[in-house]
Design a protein around this ligand. Structure first.
Ligand code: ZN
Length: 550
C-alpha cells in the first residue's frame, strides 16, 4: 500500500509542478538573472565576457558559436541549447539603441539550465532547440545608434542583404528553418496604449507574412504566443500592453521571416512606468518569453485565445508626455491677456543618460503641447489650476567686470529668482573671453548666458551687481531682489522681456518645440495676479525644476 501511494505521488508531483507561473518567473528574476549589466550600458566587449562565463558554467549543456562578424568586425555569437527537433530563433538588438532584451536572452539560457531538472525547463529543453542571437547589431550598440556601421537599418535590409548582420540572420534562418522566431526590439518610450493615456510598457505583434495578412497555422501560433505574453505581463503592468502596427512591411526581417516559413513574434519594450527602474523592461521580457516557451512546450499554446491579442488596443504615438502642467493660465511674453491651457513637455535624455552610464551632455527639454492636453498621459502631472504660467525673467548685465561675480552660485540664485536668460553686454574685444566664461557656466538648471556686443538692446531689467537673496517667495520680494521694485502690474512685468527690434512680430515665446522654461505664480484667480499677494511657486528651466525657489 505504502509503495503504491509513493509511486502514485511520484508520478503526480511532477505534473502538478509542471509549469512555472509568471509570478514565479517575476519573483525569481532579480536573484537569478545572469547578465547584471543594465541593458543600455551593455556593450559588445562585456557581452563577450558574459557569454564566456555562461559557457563555462554549462560547458556540456549549451554551445556558443560565432555566426559571423559585424561590418566593423565584432563577433556575433549564437547560443544554442535544448535537444528538441523543432527550433525557435530569438534575436535582440538588431537596432543598436534597443537593448532591453539582450540581457534577457542570457538570463533565459541560464535560468533554463539552472532549473533543467525541473519539469517546466526540462520540457522546453526536450521539445525545442533554442537559437539565441543577443545583440545582432554590436556596432550600433557601441554608439547607441539604431543603424549599423554602414548607416543602414538592418531591419529594412531583408531583401537587399547588404549588411553582414542581415546576412547572418538570413543564413541562420535558412540553415535551421525555425518554426517560430522572436524579434526583440524597443519602441519609442512615450507610446501610449490606444487613447487610455497609459504608457505602453510593451507592444506585441504576430508579424504578417504577406500584404493580405493571411492567417497561416504558423501565424496563429504566433498570435497565441502574443496572447500568452499579454496574459503573463498583465499582473505586473496592468493596461500597459499594446498591439504594434500590423501593416505588411516588405523590407523588414520579421515580415520576410514569416514569409520564408518562420512566423515571427515581435516584442517591443516601451516606456518605464514611474516607480520602476529601466531593468523592469528586461524582467518583463524574461517573464514574457519563458511563459510563451513553456506554453509552446506544454500543448502548443492550445489554451491561449488569439482574440486576447487581436483585441489589444493599438500603439498610440503623441499621446504621452513626460510632464503635463494642467489648467494653468498662460501668459505669453509681450501680451497682456492670460488664457487657460495645459503645457506638456518631454525631457530629451537618452536611455544611457537615464540609467547613468553616459558621461555627458545636459538633458534638454522640448514643449510638446500647449492647449488641451486632457487626453495626454503623463509621467508627472502638475495641477496648476490657480496659477499663472509665464516665461522666465530675462535680465541684463553690462560690462566685462561682471565676470567677477558671474559664477555658478550667483547663477543658481538667479535661477531661484526665476531668471531664465542673462544677456551680458561686453565690448567687442572682450567677446571671445566672455563667451569662454559663459561656456564654463553652462549647466542644467542654470540660466543661459547670452553674450552681446555692440549696441544690442538689453532687457528692461539690468542688474548692477550680483543678485540679492529674496526675503520671501512673494513676487514682490523676488522682483525686489532683482532690483525691479517699480513693476507692479502685469503689463509692466511684460516689459521685463527683451523686445527684439524689427518689423516682424515675434512668435509666442512659450510654444511647441522650444525648451520647457517657465514660471508659475499663484494665486492667479482667472489668470490675474495681485502683486502684493502672489508667490513664485515654481521655476522650470529647460525641463529642470529649480528646487531652491524662495
Ligand atoms: Zn527596432
Amino acid at each position: 500500500m505504502i509503495r503504491l501511494s509513493t509511486l502514485f505521488l511520484a508520478t503526480l508531483l511532477p505534473l502538478a509542478a509542471h509549469s512555472f507561473t509568471p509570478q514565479e518567473l517575476w519573483q525569481d528574476w532579480p536573484e537569478e538573472r545572469f547578465e547584471t549589466a543594465v541593458a543600455p550600458c551593455l556593450r559588445h566587449a562585456q557581452l563577450m565576457e558574459s557569454l564566456q562565463a555562461l559557457e563555462s558554467r554549462f560547458p556540456d549543456s549549451l554551445q556558443i558559436e560565432a555566426v559571423g562578424e559585424s561590418f566593423l568586425g565584432r563577433s556575433i555569437r549564437m547560443i544554442t541549447l535544448g535537444r528538441g527537433e523543432r527550433k525557435i530563433l530569438l534575436w535582440s538588438q538588431m537596432h543598436g539603441d534597443e537593448p532591453s532584451a539582450t540581457p534577457t536572452l542570457l538570463d533565459i539560457a541560464h535560468y533554463l539550465l539552472e532549473h533543467r531538472q525541473e519539469p517546466a525547463s526540462q520540457s522546453i529543453l526536450d521539445s525545442f532547440t533554442l537559437l539565441m542571437i543577443p545583440m545582432l547589431n554590436p556596432d550600433g550598440a557601441e554608439i547607441y545608434e539604431r543603424r549599423n556601421a554602414q548607416a543602414i537599418d538592418i531591419n529594412r535590409d531583408a531583401l537587399n542583404l547588404v549588411t553582414p548582420e542581415g546576412r547572418i540572420l538570413k543564413r541562420v534562418r535558412d540553415e535551421h528553418e525555425p518554426m517560430l522566431g522572436f524579434n526583440l526590439h524597443d519602441q519609442n518610450r512615450r507610446t501610449a496604449v490606444g487613447d487610455t493615456g497609459l504608457l505602453a510598457t510593451n507592444a506585441v505583434l504576430a508579424v504578417a507574412g504577406d500584404p493580405e495578412n493571411t492567417l497561416t497555422p504558423g501565424r496563429l501560433r504566433a498570435k497565441r504566443a502574443c496572447a500568452a505574453i499579454v496574459e503573463a505581463l498583465a499582473p505586473f503592468m496592468p493596461g500597459g500592453m499594446a498591439r504594434y502596427d500590423e501593416d505588411w512591411s516588405p523590407r523588414a526581417f520579421g515580415d520576410n521571416l514569416t514569409a520564408w516559413g518562420t512566423p515571427v513574434v515581435l516584442i517591443e519594450s516601451g516606456g518605464v512606468p514611474s516607480g520602476h527602474e529601466f531593468t523592469v523592461l528586461t524582467r518583463l521580457n524574461f517573464v514574457a518569453i519563458l511563459t510563451a516557451l513553456e506554453g509552446l512546450a506544454r500543448d502548443d499554446l492550445a489554451g491561449y485565445d488569439p482574440r486576447v491579442y487581436e483585441d489589444l488596443l493599438r500603439n498610440q504615438s503623441n499621446a504621452w508626455s513626460d510632464v503635463v502642467v494642467r489648467d494653468a493660465y498662460i501668459l505669453q511674453p509681450g501680451t497682456a491677456r492670460a488664457y487657460r491651457a495645459d503645457l506638456a513637455f518631454d525631457r530629451l535624455r537618452s536611455d544611457r543618460q537615464d540609467v547613468g552610464c553616459s558621461q555627458g551632455a545636459t538633458v534638454r527639454s522640448r514643449i510638446s503641447e500647449i492647449g488641451d492636453a486632457r487626453f495626454l498621459g503623463a509621467g508627472e502631472s502638475l495641477a496648476a489650476g490657480n496659477s499663472l504660467l509665464l516665461a522666465p525673467f530675462e535680465v541684463g548685465v553690462e560690462g566685462w567686470s561682471a565676470r567677477k561675480w558671474l559664477d555658478q552660485s550667483h547663477l543658481a540664485r538667479l535661477a531661484d529668482l526665476g531668471v531664465g536668460t542673462l544677456y551680458w553686454s561686453v565690448r567687442h574685444r572682450r567677446s571671445e573671453a566672455a563667451h569662454t566664461h559663459a561656456g564654463q557656466l553652462r549647466a542644467s538648471g542654470l540660466p543661459r548666458i547670452e553674450v552681446v556686443t555692440g549696441p544690442s538692446p538689453l532687457p528692461a531689467l539690468v542688474l548692477s551687481g550680483p543678485p540679492r537673496e529674496a526675503a520671501s517667495a512673494s513676487l514682490a520680494a523676488v522682483l525686489e531682489a532683482l532690483g525691479a521694485e517699480r513693476w507692479t502690474t502685469l503689463e509692466q512685468l511684460q516689459a521685463l522681456w527683451v523686445r527684439k527690434p524689427g518689423t516682424e512680430p515675434n512668435p509666442p515665446l512659450l510654444r511647441q518645440g522650444l525648451a520647457a522654461s517657465f514660471l508659475l505664480l499663484s494665486p492667479a484667480p482667472e489668470g490675474r495676479v495681485d502683486f502684493t499677494k502672489a508667490l513664485l511657486t515654481d521655476v522650470w528651466l529647460d525641463g529642470h525644476k529649480i528646487e531652491g525657489t524662495p
